[in-house]
Design a protein around this ligand. Structure first.
Ligand code: AMP
Length: 182
């Protein structure tokens, strides 16, 4: 099972990805988590990503595509994986399509979790991560609407795209996801 979880920051992608990962025994690949780890370990990648992340901007596509390619070639990805927070730009989506061909991976199911903007702001403010101040949140939503929302149409014309109402309880959202995965 190869899944893209798509949606704005704060819609619950990470929470749902964890549940899918546990039930279907496939790893959750969160580019945000990988980058936060790199920042915490002060690696070369972390040094490049730190300021961009602190201001809610995106890390360059070529860097992201490199870390995703390395990650999806690991053994635990053989039966599939969940992409959480990637692809976030059209070039990333195009790069992913190339990786599919290059490594003969199957097509992805793209599941969008949709939540209205005002609710996203409330949820992120409540989450309280270092990059969750109101100003940075608004910037991340702007970046999302400018750069990531177009990725939706990249997958939307595809039969494997489905949009799920994320304005519900965690369990209700997850039950709907499961219907689309069966
Ligand atoms: P996230 O945890 O997915 O919200 O990601 C946190 C931050 O990491 C984002 O605000 C970006 O700065 C960076 N980031 C994560 N994933 C990507 C990606 N696919 N492309 C570019 N930047 C990313």
């Amino acid at each position: 099972m190869h899944i893209i979880l798509f949606g704005a920051p704060g819609v619950g992608k990470g929470t749902q990805a964890e549940k899918i990962s546990a039930d279907y025994r496939i790893p959750q690949i969160s580019t945000g988590e990988m980058l936060r780890e790199a920042v915490a370990n002060n690696t070369e990648l972390g040094k490049k990503a730190k300021l961009l992340m602190e201001t809610g901007q995106l890390v360059p596509d070529n860097i992201i595509l490199g870390i995703v390619e390395d990650r999806i070639l690991k053994d635990d990805c053989k039966n599939g994986f969940i992409l959480d927070g990637f692809p976030r730009t059209i070039p990333q989506a195009e790069g992913l399509s190339k990786l599919l061909k290059k490594h003969s991976l199957p097509e992805f199911k793209c599941l969008e979790i949709a939540v209205p903007d005002e609710q996203i702001i409330e949820r992120l403010m409540a989450r309280g991560r270092a990059d969750d101040t109101e100003e940075i949140i608004r910037n991340r939503l702007k970046v999302y609407n400018d750069q990531t929302a177009p990725v939706r149409s990249y997958y939307q014309n595809d039969g494997a795209f489905v949009s799920i109402d994320g304005n519900k309880s965690i369990d209700d959202v997850y039950n709907e996801i499961k219907i689309h995965l069966s």
